[in-house]
Design a protein around this ligand. Structure first.
Ligand code: SF4
Length: 326
């Protein structure tokens, strides 16, 4: 088995410059993604969680280079994806696809199901005949549990869950290696969420897919991830294998998020950690640790020195001055 991970994200940054005045002078940067690194193995899922505006969706789009990174590298199957241009970029992009958050807004209402799913095939002209195109669309529909009678129907005729299945069929029709799922179930009812998560797991087993699963909901991420990264204001606060992160969260921010997960029947009571204050603006982030303005354990050093993400136990990384002392 190859030891090269499918994906290596190295010190990825996405900064947006802020301009002011009639001469558009630069007055600073919004650091939407600030020095994120992780690896992802073949057939694995990394969950990325954090509150709205923490940079997780921007990170997903930057990995796909739908948004160009400011700095950092994206290595896909050992190849520097960030350095590719033209045909080489187009070819490499076939290996990575995106499932969008909103199944209502992400499908063109004027296109039939067949053409929505076939669009990725058309862009890359990856079929020899119309018959092959139709067969590949039918295969993607069957894999995602869509009735083939739906082919010539339009998105408005379907429920939210069925629309998300169409979005998933569109993503897998080119048989990618990596799918970035950006809040794929947050617009759906809880019962439908479970069905879509199960479908994603089933496709992973069948096709050996890797996922980056982006969500604001730690309980959803738990069901599908092998490893989980917790983001806050563009930074990775904690990154660990799932078992270790949920059983022994080390960063106070992760501890607060986990304490807010509703308790299941039979689970022990846990103290809810109430965070006060709002998430600061990424245009004016706090000095030192970006979480110090809300952290219940903040110390004087926290507002002065930014903690590095360090491995504190096997496959468990934490960015916190308390973790460094542990
Ligand atoms: Fe809290 Fe300080 Fe740790 Fe940041 S470094 S999470 S402020 S204790």
């Amino acid at each position: 088995m190859s030891q090269t991970p499918l994906l290596q994200v190295e010190h990825l940054k996405k900064y947006y410059s802020m301009k002011t005045g009639m001469f558009s002078r630069e007055k600073g940067f919004v650091k939407a993604v600030d020095d994120i690194s992780f690896t992802l193995g073949s057939g694995q899922t990394i969950g990325i969680v954090g509150e709205s505006g923490c940079g997780k969706s921007t990170m997903g789009k930057t990995i796909l280079r739908l948004i160009e990174p400011t700095e950092g590298k994206i290595i896909l199957e050992g190849e520097d994806f960030t350095a590719l241009q033209g045909e080489a970029l187009k070819t490499a992009r076939r290996k990575m696809k995106l499932i969008f958050q909103d199944p209502y807004a992400s499908l063109n209402p004027r296109m039939t199901v067949k053409d929505i799913i076939g669009e990725n095939l058309d862009i890359d002209h990856t079929y020899a005949s119309k018959r092959e195109r139709d067969e590949r669309i039918a295969q993607a529909m069957e894999q995602t549990g869509l009735n083939l009678d739906f082919m010539d129907r339009y998105p408005h005729e379907f429920s939210g869950g069925q629309r998300q299945r169409i979005g998933i069929a569109r993503a897998i029709v080119l048989q990618p290696k990596l799918v970035i799922c950006d809040e794929p179930v947050s617009a759906l009812d809880v019962s439908i969420q479970a069905k879509i998560i199960n479908l994603l797991k089933q496709l992973q087993n069948q096709m050996g897919l890797s996922y980056i699963f982006i969500s604001h909901d730690l309980s959803v991420v738990k069901h599908i991830s092998d490893r989980v990264g917790v983001m806050y204001l563009g930074h990775m606060m904690e990154l660990a294998n799932k078992r270790s992160l949920y059983a022994n969260p080390m960063n106070p921010y992760t501890q607060a998020l986990i304490s807010a997960i509703p308790k299941l029947p039979g689970e022990e009571d846990r103290e809810k950690i109430q965070l006060t204050g709002d998430v600061p603006s990424p245009a004016n982030p706090p000095s030192g640790c970006c979480f110090h303005t809300r952290c219940p354990h903040a110390m004087p050093i926290c507002s002065q020195v930014r903690p590095e993400l360090k491995e504190v136990s096997e496959d468990h990384f934490c960015a916190c001055h308390l973790c460094a002392k542990a």
